[in-house]
Each structure stands twice: as C-alpha cells, then as structure tokens.
Design a protein around this ligand. Structure first.
Ligand code: ADP
Ligand code: MG
Length: 701
C-alpha cells in the first residue's frame, strides 16, 4: 500500500486516540487502508422519497420529508415513549422513541424540514416509525439526498463508543478524500482491460459511496474478483513452486504386491470411480514429484480400498506406508479391514495408538526403523518423534478435517524426501470451498457408491411418533438387524446432555428388556478400552441397540446395522447428521434414518432436517450447509487454518466469480509459472505483499 493508505487511523479527522483503539480492537482497522477495505454489508436506496399517504406496512425502509408539528411523552415505566408527529401535508406519521429519549428530545425542532428514515409499521390504521434516523433537510444537502446509503456492521462496543454505521460512513468519506489520487492499481493494466473491470480507485469509492446502482455492481464485481483471483493465483503459484522444489519418490513399477492383490485377493470389482482414482494416484506417484492429493468420497464409497491399493504400489517400489486415523476405533477398524483384505499376503501391518503396550511399542519402533514393517496404522501416536521409518513412501490421512496443518507437516519431517500424501475425507465440501481451502492440492473424487446399495430412507418424526418407532425397532431386531440411537452432546450443555443420554439409555433398557434384548452404550467419557469393548460387542452382534453420542460419527463400520435414530436431531449440524446417517446403509438391507425432534423447530433446524430427508447426496448437503451457515463455519475450514479473511466475497454466493478467477489464474500460471514476465510484475509484487499481510494459510502440507 502506498504511504497515505498505511497512515495510522488515529490521525483521521473524527477518530482520535480513543476511537482508534476501539477500531483496532473491534474491526482490526489500524490504517486508512484497513478502513477503506472495511466494506459495507448492505445498501439502502435513498434515492426515493415517499409521501406519508403512499406508505403501506409491508414497505421496507423508507424515507419521508416532513415537519414536526408536536411531540409528547406517552405511557409509563417500560412503556414510556416519546412520540413526535410528522406531517408532509398528505398525512400524519408518528415517530416513536423508547430509548435515548433525553438525548433525542432536545434535538427535535418544529420549525425545520426533516428527512426521516426507517421501517414503517401500522397500528389501527396509523403509521409510525420506531427509532427513525433523522436528518435536517438543508438546501445544500439536497444533492446528497438522492443516494444509495452504505451500511456497516458494528458491534455493541463500537456503538457505545459512537461508532455507528453512519459514523463509519463519515470516516470512510474522510479517508477517501485523503486517499483519492493515491490509490494505485493493484492488478495489471492488461488484465483490468481484458476483463473490463473498473479501476481500483473507482471501485473503492463506489463501494462506499455508489454513484448509481450500475457502478456499485461494477465496484463489487471488481473487488470480489480481485480478492478471489489473488487467492487462486497464490495457491496455484504455490503448487507450481512446490512441484519445482520438492522431488517425490518415483514409484515407477507396479509389481507383485499390487498384482497379487489385484488378481487374487480383491473381494469385489472396483467401481469405475475407484478405478479412475487409483489411476490418478498411480500417475501422480510415478511423476517424480511429491503427491499432495485430496481424496473426497462420500461415506461408504470405498476409500479404504483405494488407500490400500496406493500403499501396495509403494510396497512394490520398496517403500513403507503409514495411515493415520483420528480415533483409536477407526485406526483399529483400518487394521481389521486391511488384514482382511490382504489375507495371507506377506505384508506386515501393525497398529500404533495411545493404548499400545510399551513392549509392543518398542517392537513397532524397531521394525519401522529397520524396514520389517510394511504398513503402520495409527492415531496421533504416529506423530511422535520416536516413530521413524526406514523409507516412508506414502502417508495416508483419513478423515483429514480432524488433523491440523502442522500435524501433517510433522509427518513430512520424518524423511529427507517427503513421502507422497493422500488425504481422505468423507465430509464432502462445496466445490468453491474445495477450490479455496484445498486450492493447492490435487483432488480426486469418488462419486459413485459400490453397486447394490439401497439408498437410505430418511424420515422426520416428532415426539408423538415414538410408540410407532419402537414397534418398528422391535420388528427390525426380529429380522436380525441392529440399531443405533444417537444423542447430541455439546460441550456447552455437556452435563445436561449426559443426563439425557443416561435417561435415554435407561428408557430403552426398560422398553427392550434383557434377556431378550441387549443394549450397549458408548460415549466420550468412557475409557478407550471400555469404549472399544462396547463397540466390539455391537460389531459382533452381541448387542442389538447401541445408544451413543457422536463418538460413532466417523468411519465406524457395522454393515448389519440398519437403523439410525437421531434424538433431538434439530441440535445437530448438517454435515454431522450426514456423517451419522452414513453409519447405516453399509450392508445389502434397506436402511433407515429417523430424525426425531421436538415440535418447536427454528427455521434453520427445519431446513437442515428437510435437506436430510430430501437427499442422500453428500455434495448437495454440503452446498446446503454452506448456504445455511456461511462458508466460515463449515467444518474443515477453521481447522485447516484458513482464517477466513474474505473481505467482500462470499464462497456460498460467488461461486461463478471464483471459478472465473481460478480459470484466469490458471491461464496466467500456465503461461508464466514463476510470474517472471514484465506484464506480470504487479501480480508478483501483490503476492509478496499478501504473504506479508494475511492469507498465508494457503499451504496445507
Ligand atoms: P469409506 O469411503 O466411507 O471409508 P469404506 O472404505 O469403509 O468406505 O467402504 C465401505 C464398505 O464398502 C466396506 O465394507 C468396503 O469393503 C465396501 N466396498 C468398497 N469398495 C467396494 C466395491 N467396489 N464393491 C463392493 N463393496 C465395496
Ligand atoms: Mg473410511
């Protein structure tokens, strides 16, 4: 940024030391530039004036010009209010204040014309505006009357320090006056021209003070495009740079391990999607550069098999593999599945978790270092420095959103040449988000489920259907099926939630008494061993109903379980509901997901439940989730280190601009990978500046 824009905000007229501290704290606004880049969240068209006679109650905010004919205090106590009567000759409008009366009252004058702004409400045929915004209608301000007014998000703290939206707007005006003529174009001229964008200065002025709706639109587009474009350029540049810097092990051959497995042990035919993905991975690992690949595949799409086949290629080339899962249950399950798949093949697989005995641990450390061990599966325990490999060729990370960036970096340091990395996630994320959060990774998608699966039937029941539900459960159990009953467990209300869980468990025990029925329970407070034992009992079919918290959310595989009942489903997030539902429908039987809820449902809860009932498609659900919650809250984004810094764009809404920005960035990087051409000078400088300021979350591995 040029000199003037980096000037401290406290020197701006109207700010001063006190307000500047508040701006620092609340908005992270330190400089003029920061302020100018604090964009409005909405605009109100104040080009139109209504006459009082024209007002009707469903109008949004309106403005009216008129004079106050009188005022009075009405009511008492909490109902006490100041009412002023405004007329413009066509009718009477009441202006009402409940708060701040002693500040407002002395400022109201009867001899001048006001511009009154607010939302009209109707009561007994009389219109009023509560807490209107009032401006004197001065002749010299008439030019300003017809304008589009920007509104800024403020906090309680900002407001209590007199930094209302309107004040921020005034500050913006002052800041732009100073900055005008000093705002330098941040994109290359050829690009601005090619894309028909407005210049940066025009964009910044019009985003705060739109000259007209067309220019506002152009300003928004320019700023959104620029923001998304630089993120994409940075990610693509990073990827290019990494490809250049980091050589990868070359897995050139496919040998006995892979072929033996493929021809003699593969228990089913791979789906086309699995075949395609294995091919992509093979090509990547043979390319001579390090693989950094994200494997997205909905629950049950068969990612484990893809992981195994990738590991067999590593073995064929004389390398070891490791596979990291977020929980012991999952790590254990991977061990069991891999061992089952591999059968009598001469592949040594071990498991290392927090509860591995010291004696076994020592053996594992030794065998991993001397190369006897082929595949090491585990939890975070794998990250300890003592775990060293002779030649680690590939790292598979399952359900990645549970792992942070730094943890992945640690796996890297175990080797001189970094191993290939395959990150697997069952939480589909919207395309726009994937492009941004994982923009520097290659992405493979398994978009097809193994054949013969029956889509899970999902229904929503209110409390009054319980009796019916229990009959249904009895029936399913009689047919040999098993049932999950999941309760929410949220840290803020943990104590109460545990109570509900216990009560639910007791209730189920009463309804399904032993010895005919056997009920299990798992939750996060149990010791891992006890939890594990309880899971195993369910897996073996010794218990028919498992009452649980979301500890069973990810990855747990019991094909015989056909019913997932989710208590208080309105309290779960969409992706969590989808993950839970994925625990059933893993066998050949028709499966069901029953979402129970109270009668009172908020708008968002209702939408979440409706979405679940309407679709089984993880990607569709992810899109819906993002629309409901906004991109910043989507699981995986916070943990992945992306401190959602977007100032103007919205990944839920600006997908098209994002795609365009990525396409343009791709073309530029393809033509000039290191941005060395003179016409790309600004791009390079801008990337360096961005690196210094923010957005340095781009690199994942
Ligand atoms: P996820 O992608 O959720 O990790 P898994 O790898 O656990 O899914 O696979 C789910 C189930 O589907 C497992 O029981 C697995 O053996 C089975 N499976 C995987 N691929 C196929 C296939 N091509 N045909 C039939 N069953 C498959
Ligand atoms: Mg899995």
């Amino acid at each position: 940024m040029s000199g003037i824009l980096s000037q401290d905000i406290k020197f701006l007229t109207g700010v001063g030391p006190r307000k500047s501290v508040i701006l620092n704290q609340e908005l992270k606004v330190f400089t003029l530039g920061d302020l100018i880049y604090y964009f409005p969240y909405k605009y109100v068209d104040r080009t139109k004036f209504y006459t009082i006679r024209e007002i009707y109650s469903s109008l949004p905010h309106i403005q009216v010009k008129g004079r106050i004919t009188g005022m009075e205090m009405i009511g008492a106590g909490r109902n006490e209010r100041l009412v002023a009567y405004l007329t413009d000759g066509t009718g009477l409008l009441e202006l009402i204040w409940f708060q701040g009366i002693k500040f407002v009252k002395p400022t109201l004058k009867t001899n001048i014309e006001y511009i009154v702004f607010g939302k009209p409400v109707e009561f007994n045929g009389q219109f009023s505006i509560v807490h209107p915004e009032m401006d004197e209608s001065k002749p010299e301000s008439t030019k300003k009357e017809g304008y589009i007014q920007a509104f800024y998000n403020t906090s309680e703290k900002l407001k209590s320090n007199f930094l209302h939206s309107k004040v921020i707007l005034k500050l913006q005006y002052a800041a732009l006056q100073l900055a005008k003529g000093h705002i330098f174009e941040s994109m290359p001229a050829w690009l601005v021209q090619k894309l028909g964008l407005v210049g940066l200065e025009t964009a910044l002025i019009n985003i705060h003070f739109p000259e007209n709706p067309q220019l506002l639109k152009k300003a928004e587009y320019r700023l959104k495009f620029e923001e998304l474009f630089y993120i994409q350029l940075k990610l693509l540049h990073l990827k290019e740079d990494r490809h250049k810097k980091f050589k990868g092990h070359i897995f050139s051959s496919v040998g006995d391990y892979f072929n033996d497995f493929f021809y003699k042990h593969l228990p089913f035919e791979l789906t086309d999607a699995q075949k395609r993905v294995v091919k992509e991975i093979r090509k990547d690992m043979g390319s001579g550069r390090q693989m950094n690949r994200l494997l997205q595949g909905d629950v049950g799409s068969g990612k484990t098999m893809v992981a195994l086949m990738s590991m067999l290629i590593a073995l064929d080339n004389g390398f070891q593999c490791c596979m990291m899962a977020p929980t012991e249950i999952l790590a254990n399950q991977h061990l069991v599945s891999l061992q089952k798949f591999l059968g009598d093949m001469p592949v040594k697989v071990s498991l290392l978790t927090g509860s591995t005995k010291k004696k076994d641990r020592l053996i594992i450390h030794e065998e991993s270092l001397n190369g006897k061990l082929h595949i090491l599966i585990g939890t975070h325990a794998l990250l300890e420095d003592i775990v060293q490999f002779k030649s680690l060729g590939i790292v598979i990370i399952d359900e990645q959103h549970r792992f942070g960036v730094s943890q992945r970096a640690r796996m890297w340091r175990k080797n001189f040449i970094p191993p290939h990395v395959l990150v697997m996630t069952a939480t589909p994320i919207p395309r726009t988000l994937a492009m941004t959060v994982y923009g520097d990774l290659d992405v493979s998608v398994i978009d097809e489920l193994p054949p013969g699966r029956k889509p899970i039937k999902t229904v929503h029941y209110f409390e009054n259907k319980r009796a019916q539900l229990y009959d249904f459960i009895r029936n399913e159990i009689a047919n040999g099926r098993q049932i999950y009953v999941v309760y929410p467990l949220i840290s803020e209300s943990e104590k109460l939630d545990y109570k509900y869980l216990e009560e639910g468990f007791e209730h189920i025990q009463k309804l399904f008494p032993s010895p005919q029925y056997s009920i299990g329970m798992v939750h996060g407070k149990m010791k891992p061993a006890a939890k594990e034992a309880e899971m195993q009992r369910f897996k073996q079919g010794e218990t028919q109903i498992l009452v649980a918290t979301t500890v069973i959310e990810v990855g747990v595989d019991v094909p015989n379980a056909s019913v997932m009942i989710i208590e208080s489903s309105e309290r779960f997030g969409l992706s969590q509901l989808h993950q839970l539902r994925g625990r059933v429908g893993r066998g050949a039987e028709q499966s069901f997901c029953i979402l129970l809820s109270g009668f009172k449902l908020g708008v968002d809860s209702r939408k979440r439940i409706e979405t679940m009932v309407a679709t089984n498609d993880g990607f569709e659900i992810a899109e819906a989730d993002m629309r409901l919650r906004g991109p910043g809250d989507i699981e995986g984004t916070q943990q992945s280190g992306i401190a959602f810094d977007l100032k103007i764009s919205n990944l839920a809404k600006d997908g098209q601009i994002l795609q365009y920005a990525r396409d343009i960035a791709t073309t530029i990087i393809a033509d000039d990978p290191m941005l060395e051409k003179p016409q790309n000078d600004i791009l390079k400088k801008q990337l360096i500046a961005l690196k210094k300021n923010h957005l340095n979350w781009g690199s994942i591995s």
